[in-house]
Design a protein around this ligand. Sequence first.
Ligand SMILES: C[S@@+](CC[C@H](N)C(=O)[O-])C[C@H]1O[C@@H](n2cnc3c(N)ncnc32)[C@H](O)[C@@H]1O
Length: 297
Amino acid sequence: MRRRRRFWEEILQGPIAEMLFAGQDKAALAALGKRLGDEGDEPWTAGEVYLVGAGPGDPDLLTFRALRLMQQAEVVLYDRLVAPAIVDLVRRDAERIYVGKESDRHTLSQEEINALLIRLAGEGKRVLRLKGGDPFIFGRGGEEIDTLAARGIPFQVVPGITAAAGCSAYAGIPLTHRDYAQSCVFVTGHVRDGRFDLSWDALIQPRQTIAVYMGVGSLAAFCRELIRHGMAAATPAALIQQGTTPRQRVFTGDLTTLPPMIEKEEIKPPSMVIVGEVVKLHEKLAWYEPAAVAPDT
Ligand SMILES: C[S@@+](CC[C@H](N)C(=O)[O-])C[C@H]1O[C@@H](n2cnc3c(N)ncnc32)[C@H](O)[C@@H]1O
């Protein structure tokens, strides 16, 4: 008992405490784990969460850092948007937990995901939170690490190629171009209570590209609102389905022709909408030839 008391007094007054006061939580917890191990306690390591962007679908678009952390993690929480081929690259013996949001499969609420991350990291595990695209772009990644930060759980964030960048590159539609667009905005086409939460005047700026996430269901209403707020009906628009994957399909038209064209097609999620003059370049710059596979295989 006395030995244990001496041990903790030394920790509380020593360099490990200094590290904590200096905000070096991760280094302090690692050092504490080592000291406990040296004392003959169960070897102990602080858990950590890796919030990692998996990119838009093509596994080749993963970052090197993402792949490295995928080899280190002991447990993986992944979303619906993370392609199975990417989940397959996770360390073979890692536990895999599907938490994606899909109506016909059991999934967890955001609060349950946050709680699970805390519990697993609290058990000392290296936890990989794998999300489609980039975790900070319409990915609720900020909320997840907010909860971790509040509890002092160490985490790192690895950016991923966001859908707008991946889909536009694989569709041959540069988001900006000296001749056509000097700015680009990323917006959500998600409607709440039948209404968009968007600033239309900011969207209809000339020489600007609009990349719309989660915009398929509301495409017709979105195009109508753009026209109502002054955008030319002939403004080019594209829809890219399952971009960067072998099932990629690209549809192009303008604000009036694209919505009815899409209604006739069986559009599979995920899909991205791009509005602006840059869409014209698709015809000339399209380079990616997806493998000929059925859209739902
Ligand atoms: C909840 S948001 C997540 C975005 C993600 N964090 C990112 O940075 O790409 C999901 C939306 O991203 C878009 N998306 C993601 N992956 C896509 C893909 N491979 N092809 C087309 N759209 C995609 C779709 O608009 C989809 O509804």
